[in-house]
Design a protein around this ligand. Structure first.
Ligand code: SF4
Ligand code: SF4
Ligand code: FES
Length: 235
């Protein structure tokens, strides 16, 4: 017998289930079919592929279909997204950042990739759009316009693709609410079920931005003070 606490309506509701060694998704399904058919949650593939069952357990993002439930777990929906009901959220806004960041391949010339070329952004191609990284990102929590981890990872995926012909346009698009707003805290990497490091991809995009003459705006404004570093406050 295990007890788990699930966010429901305006609080948490406790459930007891006769299951051990089960995944969270199996437990949620058990509760919905045997105990409380009003419980709402999302799922699809049941095999860590579709990304639709992401939620938080004990304040950490997980995929419900792969997480093994422990007695006393506390289950909540993802953060930083619109809550629809119980554990169901609306990810549309986060997905829209792919379009805002022009996160697609811009090419008119057919180029064949060899195995080495494909390996360059193989990891970034594994994103399952689960939204865990947006939920964990402290910058997105305070700036809803921040392009965020998976959109920036996707930009790197295309910028690093040798077929990409719109590299400069993509780099221009990620200067505002983009690469320089990230604090490189690495929270996105820690929660990603696909072992994608958006933080590392953002660092690479920063280096690429520098090649186009961009620099960290906070450093740029400080840099103006190098010539007049006389102890006076700068704003
Ligand atoms: S490293 Fe950047 S994108 Fe990732 S969680 Fe931290 S602030 Fe967000
Ligand atoms: S980068 Fe990782 S955590 Fe973020 S949406 Fe993709 S798979 Fe999920
Ligand atoms: S149900 Fe598809 S990832 Fe969990």
């Amino acid at each position: 017998m295990i007890k788990i606490s699930i966010k429901k309506d305006n609080g948490f509701k406790d459930y007891e289930v006769e299951l051990t060694g089960a995944t969270l998704l199996e437990v949620l399904t058990y509760i919905k079919t045997k105990i409380d058919n009003t419980l709402a949650f999302s799922s699809g593939c049941r095999s860590s592929v579709c990304g639709s069952c992401s939620m938080r357990v004990n304040e950490r993002e997980v995929l419900a279909c792969s997480y093994k439930v422990q007695d006393g777990d506390r289950v909540e929906p993802l953060k930083n997204v619109e809550l629809i009901r119980d554990l169901v959220v609306n990810m549309d806004k986060s997905y829209s950042f792919n379009a805002k960041a022009k996160a697609w391949l811009t090419t008119k010339t057919p180029v064949t990739l060899d195995h080495e070329d494909e390996k360059i952004n193989e990891v970034q191609s594994d994103c399952i759009l689960c939204g865990s990284c947006y939920s964990a990102c402290p910058v997105y929590a305070v700036n809803g316009e921040f392009l965020g981890p998976f959109a920036l990872t996707r930009v790197w995926k295309y910028v690093s693709d040798k077929r990409e012909e719109g590299e400069e346009t993509k780099i221009n698009k990620i200067q505002t609410d983009g690469v320089w707003d990230c604090t490189l805290c690495n929270e996105c990497t820690l929660v990603c079920p696909q072992n994608i490091s958006s933080k590392a991809d953002i660092e690479k995009l920063r280096m690429k931005s520098a090649q186009y003459g961009f620099m960290d705006p906070s450093f740029a404004s400080f840099g103006g003070g190098f010539g007049s570093f006389d102890g006076s406050p700068s704003f």
